[in-house]
Design a binder for this molecule. Structure first.
Ligand code: KG4
Ligand code: ZN
Length: 319
């Protein structure tokens, strides 16, 4: 008989609930985004996020149950993101899920948000360990070696800003709305020139960690220099140049990890994995190395609860 997992994700600015079966078939995956609220402030305001999760969690849960066409007694286990995340925000999904589990007498599983992102690729691809997993989101830039689902080891992470955070901060510098990742990609697509600005963070490529604050500052300095000289910036050129360098660093480090570990499957997950240029570049780099690269479906790149259910079902553990 199929077992059903009910999952909650409220670690940042999305209230999410999903129902997934043991074969990782997603019966429902409801995401209620607060982006329009936080846009007014240019970033996520933690207290506002918590309050909105409180108001959204019950309707989102009811919608997920209705879409899946199941009753509460059909649920076999409940899980929620419990860490890392905004303290007040993450608590909402956890308390809602844990209370429900207690009332029903079903088990409750605490899930690491990052384990959820690592598991997200398995919702649409037939991927089995060992593989390398690059997690690129607003809060993290981490490269993992997934030896087994319950044996995920961190190889490298960022020493300063996360990659998505750099997209968001550069967007802000350029006057683009929050969240900036998609906006930067849209602007960059308009550039068909070849004169890329060298913000040059190449020395970082060879360090044992990712680093994005230098690239972000280089863009800021460039914009300020142009302003002081009374010159206009070409938005598509600046965004395309930033995007090339942001992605180049990921590509160089993943290529080197593939060569070092001999593991020739790479999964790229997290919000930034939605970026079309990143997908194209990673495919090129992996093809050259005879490695394969897999991505989650678009709806499983950003925060969602289906990936949290997948982490519970697969037993993903980050060491
Ligand atoms: O995984 P996610 O939804 O939340 C975190 O766990 O952080 O990732 C959100 C991040 C934001 O920084 C957002 O700007 C970035 O993912 N992002 C993108 C794109 N879509 C979202 N970055 C680059 N290109 C995109 N198309
Ligand atoms: Zn996330």
């Amino acid at each position: 008989m199929r077992r059903l997992t009910l999952a909650f994700e409220t670690s940042c600015d999305e209230t999410c609930c999903a129902i997934v079966d043991d074969d990782l078939r997603v019966l429902s995956n409801v995401v209620s985004s607060q982006i329009d609220i936080h846009k007014l402030y240019g970033g996520v305001v933690p207290e506002i996020a918590s309050r909105n999760h409180v108001m959204a969690v019950q309707p989102v849960f009811e919608e997920a149950m209705a879409q899946a066409g199941v009753g509460i007694r059909d649920i076999d286990q409940i899980c929620a993101t419990t860490h890392p995340g905004l303290a007040g925000a993450v608590m909402v999904g956890r308390v809602f899920g844990e209370s429900l589990a207690t009332a029903l007498g079903e088990p409750f599983v605490c899930i690491n948000h990052l384990a959820g992102h690592v598991a997200s690729v398995a919702l649409s691809e037939n991927v089995k360990p060992p593989f390398l997993s690059l997690l690129v989101s607003g809060g993290h830039t981490s490269l993992y070696k997934v030896s087994a689902w319950n044996d995920v080891q961190l190889l490298q992470s960022t020493s300063d800003d996360a990659c998505g955070e750099a997209f968001d901060k550069v967007a802000k510098i350029l006057g683009l709305p929050y969240p900036g990742g998609g906006e930067i990609e849209r602007e960059a697509k308009k550039y068909n020139g070849t004169d890329f600005i060298a913000f040059v963070q190449k020395p970082n490529y060879y360090k044992e960690c990712f680093s994005y604050s230098g690239l972000k500052t280089a863009v800021l300095n460039y914009v300020n220099r142009k302003k002081q000289a009374g010159e206009d910036i070409i938005l598509p050129q600046v965004t395309a140049s930033f995007q090339v360098e942001a992605v180049e660093q990921l590509a160089v480090k993943c290529a080197s990890a593939i060569l070092k570990t001999g593991i020739n499957t790479l999964c790229v997950c997290g919000g930034v994995a939605a970026n079309g240029y990143l997908r194209q570049k990673m495919k090129q780099v992996c093809e050259k190395l005879g490695a394969s690269v897999l991505f989650p479906k678009m709806e499983y790149c950003g925060d969602n609860a289906a990936m949290i259910a997948a982490a519970a079902i697969l037993g993903v553990e980050i060491k």
